[in-house]
Design a protein around this ligand. Sequence first.
Ligand SMILES: NC(=O)c1ccc[n+]([C@@H]2O[C@H](COP(=O)([O-])OP(=O)(O)OC[C@H]3O[C@@H](n4cnc5c(N)ncnc54)[C@H](OP(=O)(O)O)[C@@H]3O)[C@@H](O)[C@H]2O)c1
Length: 300
Amino acid sequence: MPRRRTDVPPLEPVAVVGAGAVGTTLALRCAEAGLNVATVTSRTNRSATRLARTVGASTVPLIDVDAPVVLLAVPDDAVATVARTLADAHVDWRGRAVAHTSGVLPAAVLAPLAQRGALALSLHPPRALPPGSNARALDGAMVVLEGSDDACAWGDAFARRLGLATLRLDADAKVRYHLALSVASNFTVTLTALAAEILGSAGVPLPDALALVRPLVYSTAENLAHALPERALTGPIVRGDTTTLARHLEALEAHLPHLVPVYAALATETARVAVRGGRLAPRAAEAMLDRLGDALHDET
Ligand SMILES: NC(=O)c1ccc[n+]([C@@H]2O[C@H](COP(=O)([O-])OP(=O)(O)OC[C@H]3O[C@@H](n4cnc5c(N)ncnc54)[C@H](OP(=O)(O)O)[C@@H]3O)[C@@H](O)[C@H]2O)c1
């Protein structure tokens, strides 16, 4: 049966389930946008009370959550269980929207609620939100939606009310979407830590190492903000400087041999980006790839 116009859920009041980093950030953003955050639920009273006080909400146990909008910002492993508990509660879920904030899970994980009439969607803010993040952490963010047409239309209106643009994805894209974000965000952190480790092996203390590396990471991000990755690339690989690449590998082999495989893998992909951008001749790339292959072969 087609959904009647009156079944479209309102944008508030909002119930937040999970008073962690994302639940707090979204609750603050809702409050800032003038949306009524009515209740907060969390695993512990402490987290729930802290957030509830901040946004002027009350705390309720999960089985008493009863709002037209429910944001589930609980750990990925808890989403299905929380959804089942909510679906079993004595609530008429028709005309309500329930969104989870997991990047990797599909909206279908909320099936028990959808079966009871709720609009179920995945509403993911693609931002790294450490504990203590505030509403500003979502400035300029694009919220990624996945679910039925109706659910995404509601999600789009909700996100726009928070001042956020949206992008819609299919369910089968979600794992690769989350993988891509993890590569970009997590590995930037890992690569910064690796750079500091390499400097540490050369006797540079950690604070100085980070003082050297951080501005480079920021300026690289700045370059990426205005250019394709192929254009933002600098360094020996895009210059076709095989001698410098060989020196890097020798230094790693001598001092940090455990980093040879990761360096070789990343240098190989860097050469591919450089060739794709037309800035490294395939023949020059081949010489590099041969040297990288030798390094990996020696390693095994
Ligand atoms: N952090 C990020 O950068 C980020 C960005 C986008 C999306 N996400 C996604 O957003 C979701 C939440 O992540 P997060 O980083 O906010 O995690 P988090 O900081 O660990 O917060 C999770 C919250 O859920 C609560 N919780 C755990 N089990 C629960 C249950 N059974 N019922 C009710 N509340 C429960 C915890 O309660 P207590 O505090 O009371 O123990 C905690 O406050 C995850 O799906 C994550 O993948 C995270």
